[in-house]
Design a protein around this ligand. Structure first.
Ligand code: NDP
Ligand code: 13P
Length: 356
């Protein structure tokens, strides 16, 4: 495929930033990978490895590492923002001080900010003045860095309020190993990507407790139902949840040993406490903070989110994991397609009115 060579700054040299830098380098772009740890950047530039995050991988030598944002950011119109949700405001604060020209920010993080309850694109719009922000694009979907860095087939989706910008990012990344779709529903793409981590933590817990595939299938299916219920109240299209950023990412995160959220849940299910688990993970487990945010969102939008709510109690209120499963299973009976049942009930109601 013919493509323009772009200069791209990848901000965040963890697993995902590094894997995406590899895709961009494979596509012939000028890639500057920024990280805040000078020793790690030295390793990237001299050994062409990032052993802490992608232990087996030799990086393309064209990727240049930078520990100074002042050096990484000039003469680039596109920045990939690949730090954990918790670090986004701090990193954007630094970029705001340095940058003088507008830039397109492609965020690849999967979270929602507790308390403000903002999606990441909204946090970016809040942090970056209009004169420094060209467009915000989100890239999301079922995509573990470990497999992307091995160039195994992967599909993702990009979305933006400005679909021309999303299409530009599709062209920037797409290749025969990394297939990029577009989706105009930025709310759904961000909500699906963030909330699947909650369900993956829960799936890890049931696996850790020794329950089987029935429990996991139940979590994936009923998890999708509550993600979609909240997402639609927030303005997302229901169709997005049957796509890559919805069911696609939910499947990969609930079933893959690469998932940090699943692994953290698995340890919790085996009886370890949360702090111990997070201290030993060495990588970000976004689902913990997102559970807090989703618990708040469920209240704000008055949406039933039973899995999120019991997980919240396991994480933050010392409820035992097995008791949490018993609580979920012992709830009052309900209709599987509750929203559909309500619509049909309303329709029947208005028919009866007509017949009066
Ligand atoms: N890994 C994956 O497969 C995928 C991850 N994502 C998402 O991408 C985002 C990033 O995750 P991922 O790369 O996996 O996380 P990692 O834990 O692998 O790496 C996080 C990186 O961010 C750096 N970082 C943390 N805090 C700061 C800060 N305050 N300032 C600057 N840099 C900081 C870390 O530095 P240090 O080493 O010093 O801690 C590290 O380089 C998450 O939202 C995740 O959900 C999305 C799709 C796939
Ligand atoms: O988002 C991911 C895969 O699509 C990565 O999930 P984890 O953060 O659980 O590893």
């Amino acid at each position: 495929m013919e493509r323009n060579r772009e200069s791209v700054a990848v901000v965040g040299a963890g697993s995902w930033g590094t894997a995406l830098a590899m895709v961009l380098a494979d596509n012939g772009h000028d890639v500057r990978l920024w990280g805040h740890n000078p020793e790690q950047i030295e390793e990237i530039n001299t050994q062409h490895t990032n052993k802490k995050y992608l232990s087996e991988i030799h990086l393309p030598e064209e990727i240049r590492g930078y520990s100074s944002l002042e050096e990484a950011l000039p003469r680039t119109e596109i920045m990939i923002l690949a730090v954990p949700t918790k670090a986004i405001r701090e990193v954007l604060g630094k970029i705001r001080e340095i940058r003088t020209e507008p830039i397109t920010i492609v965020h690849v993080s999967k979270g929602i900010e507790p308390d403000s309850l903002l999606r990441i694109s909204e946090m970016i719009e809040e942090e970056m003045p209009e004169n420094l922000l060209d467009s915000v694009v989100v890239l999301s979907g079922p995509s573990h860095a470990e497999e992307v860095s091995l160039r195994h087939p992967t599909t993702v989706t990009v979305s933006s309020k400005n679909m021309k910008a999303a299409e530009k990012i599709q062209d920037l990344f797409i290749n025969n190993n990394f297939r990029v779709y577009t989706n105009p529903d930025i709310i759904g793409v961000e909500i699906g990507g963030a909330l699947k981590n909650i369900i993956a933590l829960a799936a890890g817990i049931t696996d850790g407790l020794g329950y089987g595939d029935n429990a996991k299938a139940a979590l994936i299916t009923r998890g999708l139902a509550e993600i979609a219920r909240l997402g639609m109240k927030m303005g997302a299209s229901p169709l997005t949840f049957s796509g890559l950023a919805g069911i696609g990412d939910l499947i990969v995160t609930c079933t893959s040993v690469h998932s940090r959220n699943w692994r953290a849940g698995n340890l919790l299910g085996k009886g370890h406490n949360l702090q111990e688990v997070l201290d030993n993970m060495g990588m970000v487990v976004e689902g913990v903070r997102t559970t807090k945010a989703a618990h708040q969102l469920a209240k704000k939008y008055d949406v039933k989110m039973p899995i999120t709510n019991v997980l919240y109690d396991v994480l933050f209120n010392n409820v035992n994991a097995k008791d949490a499963v018993d609580l979920l299973m012992g709830r009052g009976k309900t209709h599987e397609m509750e929203d559909l049942a309500n619509v049909l009930e309303d329709q029947r109601g208005s028919k009866n009115q007509e017949n009066l």
